[in-house]
Design a protein around this ligand. Structure first.
Ligand code: NDP
Ligand code: BG6
Length: 502
């Protein structure tokens, strides 16, 4: 070392300098945009898809001169009945000011309902006719499958046969599919192959709504636009990373679906694993979707096989009293799983993924715990290790726990926080709903926040062996009380995994 200069240089200018170039690349509005919600009669469409479309409409992203929305499902309901259902959700959810109800009414005028089956051409020809009636100029068609995955292949086949855009220039057809994408590697690959025969990967948008959350999107900026984190973000400084999802309610009316999937397939294999990728990945060479997704795949492929002794499963008392759940169900409603990444940056750092239903609070957060200070002269006075917490919800925030001098005459230490709570820092800013943002991305043709086929396969490969053991009944969930922290064994596993590292 010749000299040491105490100053901060700016972070790598290369990565984020590509922002404007990337965004200006996406298509601007021209011609007609038809958004088709398949499964329009269902729960997701009502609770998430239509409200997200309404919010985009309100903000001017869906100009009535260009946009038409179609609902499609088997239910024999009228246009007005569908609109009344949607109105009910939109009026309830937002303010009751006259302007609001006026904009709801205008939004509803954009919607047309078509009834038909999912596996015959008749209904899809009818749908195509309705779409074509409203089109002029280039035809852009977005098909949002708010449907059970069992019907994805037949619906995609019908769309391909009867409904894709016929425009040569400026037109497109895109398919948005919801999770769960399969139940394990084999079934997911089968589903991907079936859809992949009909549409190119560039036309398929696999939604994981956690990728649309504000603070999940912020991870990339936080990590790669701040010099602070660059030297610290590795095994030399980080002791462990905890990614935690808790809900304070049970499966509530979704017992039948949930029992087939369980908490690992419902939350951990997708939502929490996506967060892990963004925390652990290397810097992509640019912000282009393919470059980002390449890095995520590398992380997933570096995850070591899960050890049975690094898993704790739970099932809350009362789960099986749901009539749609079998009395002898072995499905976990809680899981703590430790993942280990075998690469230069993360060797030896446990990534603790924890998710549970019917727990003591509703929260999703990331806790990055740092190692203790070497040769610490304050050790006897210390009140806890450095920790960087990113709260995804509720009340988005990030804060850094650090040790400071207790103000006063004594040389005592205290743990305090550098706190960036969004509510206080960004007063008056409305944080968009995840679905709103992701639907806008599908219209713009930005696949950055969607799961690529190889990424999905790599994600399933991590969990499939464990899931098969659970499905075979070889690993049993431990009962826990609703409203608790989950099984005590999960806390013991966490303590053991993080203590081993000290
Ligand atoms: P629903 O069970 O409400 O199904 C949506 C629509 O699909 C129904 O209204 C029904 O319409 C049709 N449908 C239902 N079952 C079948 C079947 N067996 N065969 C053919 N059609 C059927 O599902 P959700 O709306 O809750 O979810 C849709 C998708 O989104 C699923 O993949 C789900 O896993 C996923 N998802 C849902 C979330 C939610 O909060 N609901 C959250 C995240 C993902 P009709 O009979 O009128 O044709
Ligand atoms: C869905 C799961 O994907 O995410 C649900 O199927 C869960 O079980 C939901 O409740 C949680 O989403 P959020 O955005 O409320 O954390």
């Amino acid at each position: 070392v010749r000299s040491i200069q105490l100053s901060y240089s700016s972070p790598d200018p290369f990565l984020f300098s590509s922002f404007p170039r990337i965004f200006s690349k996406f298509e601007t509005r021209c011609g007609s945009l038809s958004i088709v919600v398949l499964g329009a009669s269902g729960d997701l469409a009502k609770k998430k898809t239509f409200p997200a479309l309404f919010n985009l409409y309100r903000q001017g992203f869906l100009p009535p001169s260009e946009v038409h929305i179609f609902g499609y499902a088997r239910s024999k309901i009228t246009d007005d009945e569908l609109k009344e259902r949607i109105r009910g959700v939109l009026i309830q959810a937002k303010d009751t000011m006259p302007e609001h109800s006026e904009s709801v009414s205008k939004f509803l005028q954009l919607i047309k309902y078509v009834s038909g089956s999912y596996d015959t051409e008749e209904g899809f020809h009818l749908l195509d006719n309705e779409i074509s009636k409203h089109e002029c100029g280039s035809s852009r068609r977005l098909f949002y499958l708010a449907l059970p995955p069992s019907v994805y292949p037949s619906v995609c086949k019908m769309i391909k046969r009867c409904c894709t855009s016929k425009s040569d220039s400026g037109g497109w057809s895109r398919i948005v599919v919801e999770k769960p994408f399969g139940k394990d590697t084999e079934s997911a690959e089968q589903l991907s192959a079936q859809i992949g025969e009909l549409f190119d990967e560039s036309q398929i948008y696999r939604i994981d709504h956690y990728l649309g959350k504000e603070l999940v999107q912020n991870l990339l900026v936080l990590r790669f636009a701040n010099r602070f984190f660059m030297p610290l973000w590795n095994r030399d400084n980080i002791d462990n990373v905890q990614i935690v999802f808790r809900e304070d309610f049970g499966t509530e009316g979704r017992g039948g679906y949930f029992d087939e999937y369980g908490i690992i397939r419902d939350i951990i294999q997708n939502h929490l694993l996506q967060v892990l990728c963004l925390i652990a990945m290397e810097k992509p060479i640019s912000l282009k979707p393919e470059n980002i997704r390449d890095e995520k795949v590398k992380v997933l492929q570096s995850v070591l096989p899960i050890k049975d002794e690094e898993v704790v499963l739970g099932q809350y008392d009362g789960y099986t009293s749901d009539p749609t759940v079998p009395d002898n169900s072995n499905t976990p409603t809680f899981a703590t799983v430790i993942l280990r990444i075998h690469n230069e940056r993360w060797e030896g750092v446990p990534f603790v993924l924890k998710a549970g239903k019917a727990l003591n609070s509703r929260k999703a957060e990331i806790r990055v715990q740092f190692k203790d200070v070497p040769g610490d002269i304050f050790k006897c006075k210390k009140q806890g290790r450095n920790e960087f917490v990113i709260r995804l919800q509720p009340s988005e925030a990030m804060y850094m726990k650090l040790t400071v001098k207790q103000p006063g005459l004594e040389m005592d230490t205290v743990q305090s926080e550098l706190d960036l709570s969004y509510k206080h820092r960004y007063q008056g800013v409305t944080i968009p709903e995840a679905y709103e943002r992701l639907i806008l991305d599908t219209i713009r043709g930005d696949q950055q926040h969607f799961v690529r086929r190889d990424e999905l396969k790599a994600a399933w490969e991590i969990f499939s062996p464990l899931l098969h053991i659970i499905d075979d009944g070889q690993l049993k969930p431990i009962p826990y009380k609703p409203g608790s922290r989950g099984p005590a064994q999960a806390d013991e596993l966490l303590t053991k995994a993080t203590d081993d590292n000290c």
